[in-house]
Design a protein around this ligand. Structure first.
Ligand code: MG
Length: 167
C-alpha cells in the first residue's frame, strides 16, 4: 500500500522537473493536475510563468492534458485559456479518467507521467495504473512559505530603517 502512495519523483514545483530527462526515459505524455499544481487552488493565478512553461514542454515534444477532480466548467475555462485538452470531475484516484487521458494523449501507460500535488488522488491513481508519478509541493503552501519569508524580511528591515520624514 505504501508503495502505491509513493511518487517516483518529488519536486518543489513543476518548474523544477527535468523534462529533458523524462523525454530521455521515453515519457511522451504528461497528465497534469490543475489546482495547486498548475494554478493556485480555486484561482486562475499560475504559480510562475505558466504560458512559457507550457510552450517549452510542447517544444520538447510532449502531449499534454489536464485531469482534475474539480468542476468541468472551471477546468474547461483553464483548458481554453491555455489550449490544453482536459477532463474534469475525474474522480481521482479512480483509474477511469486516467485511462481516458491516455486515449486523449495517444500514449501508453509506460510513456506517460502524472504530475500533481496530492498523494491520495494524483499519485495513488497514477501508481494504480502504472504511470510514472511526480509529486509537487502545493502552490498555496509554497506561497504561504514565501509570504512568511517576506514578512520576516519586512520585520528585519523595519527594525533597521530609520523612519523617514519629520526632521
Ligand atoms: Mg491538486
Amino acid at each position: 500500500m505504501l508503495k502505491m502512495l509513493t511518487p517516483v519523483e518529488y519536486h518543489q514545483s513543476i518548474y523544477e522537473i527535468d523534462f529533458e530527462r523524462l523525454r530521455a526515459r521515453g515519457i511522451r505524455g504528461l497528465i497534469f493536475d490543475l489546482d495547486n499544481t498548475l494554478v493556485e487552488w480555486q484561482g486562475m493565478t499560475p504559480g510562475g510563468d505558466l504560458a512559457a512553461f507550457l510552450e517549452r514542454i510542447r517544444r520538447l515534444g510532449f502531449e499534454v492534458c489536464i485531469v482534475s477532480n474539480n468542476h468541468p466548467e472551471r477546468v474547461e475555462g483553464f483548458s481554453l485559456k491555455f489550449g490544453i485538452p482536459s477532463i474534469g470531475n475525474a474522480g481521482k484516484p479512480r483509474r477511469r479518467a486516467f485511462r481516458a487521458a491516455l486515449e486523449l494523449l495517444g500514449t501508453s501507460v509506460h510513456q506517460t507521467a502524472v504530475i500533481g500535488d496530492q498523494v491520495f488522488t494524483d499519485i495513488l491513481g497514477g501508481n494504480r495504473l502504472g504511470l510514472y508519478t511526480i509529486l509537487v509541493v502545493p502552490i498555496n503552501k509554497r506561497e504561504f512559505i514565501g509570504t512568511r519569508l517576506v514578512r520576516r524580511l519586512e520585520r528585519w528591515v523595519l527594525k533597521r530603517v530609520r523612519p523617514q520624514g519629520g526632521s
